[in-house]
Design a protein around this ligand. Structure first.
Ligand code: Z5A
Length: 199
């Protein structure tokens, strides 16, 4: 399994942990491509700016479709070629963020949000999802910057955390929960163990 997602509420440690896992895989001789969502391509970064900095007037369906559009570009331009080349792709957020934030957090419904993403991504779907599970309050306290979505605070993040839990129960073979409240070294070691077991 080469397309690996790092998921979780804000401040769960996705960026930090994905970086440490990439270092370990590279140390073992693997080629690793790291991407982040939204972003990772010129079009995706432009969409990211709109998503994170637009005013409060953005309606939830627009938000969901913009995330899906940025992701579709990333899949075609970066992820599919990297996987074809045999690289690991470690992604800081993926379609599972949309299912949790827009599907669960915004109440659009997981299956409604899945649809445009399936259309956009085709087969380029995360094979392994590492869900860094941390109490949303702890996650928010770890963050040093804020954006339009994180500014909405604990209620949205509790709904998102609940959505991740429900997703992990409905796709247990793909989504692996890691206790991200642990010491960082322990979190990284647990992730590497999951990846090794899935390989
Ligand atoms: N979003 C969405 O709604 N729908 C979607 O489809 C997608 C995204 C793709 C993206 O912002 C926003 O878009 C996000 C979800 C939404 N917003 N909100 N709200 P982003 O990518 O810029 O921000 P983020 O995803 O919230 O990531 P983050 O703030 O960068 O958090 P993180 O990557 O999970 O955490 P971190 O930066 O690795 O770590 C934060 C700090 O905690 C840092 O100082 C670490 O050293 C520390 N840390 C990490 N792990 C530990 C442990 N285990 N112990 C102690 N300290 C730790």
């Amino acid at each position: 399994m080469r397309y690996i997602a790092f998921e979780g509420v804000d401040g769960a440690g996705k960026t930090t942990v994905a970086g440490r896992v990439a270092d370990a895989l590279r140390h073992d001789g693997f080629d690793v491509v790291m991407v982040r969502e939204p972003g990772g391509t010129p079009i995706g970064e432009a969409v990211r700016q709109i998503l994170l900095e637009a005013g409060e007037s953005m309606v939830p369906r627009t938000e969901a479709l913009l995330f899906a559009a940025a992701r579709t570009q990333l899949a075609a331009e970066v992820i599919e070629p990297a996987l074809a080349h045999g690289s690991f792709v470690l992604s800081d957020r993926t379609v599972y963020s949309s299912l949790a934030y827009q599907g669960g957090g915004r109440n659009l419904g997981v299956e409604s949000v899945r649809e445009p993403n399936v259309w956009g991504l085709g087969k380029v779907w995360p094979e392994l999802v590492i869900w860094l599970d941390v109490d949303p309050e702890t996650g928010l306290s770890r963050e040093d910057g804020a954006d339009r979505i994180s500014n909405e605070g604990p209620a949205l993040m509790q709904a998102v955390a609940g959505a991740y839990r429900a997703l992990s129960e409905s796709e247990p073979e793909r989504i692996h929960r890691i206790d991200a409240g642990q010491d960082l070294d322990r979190v990284v070691a647990d992730c590497l163990a999951v990846i090794e077991a899935a390989s």
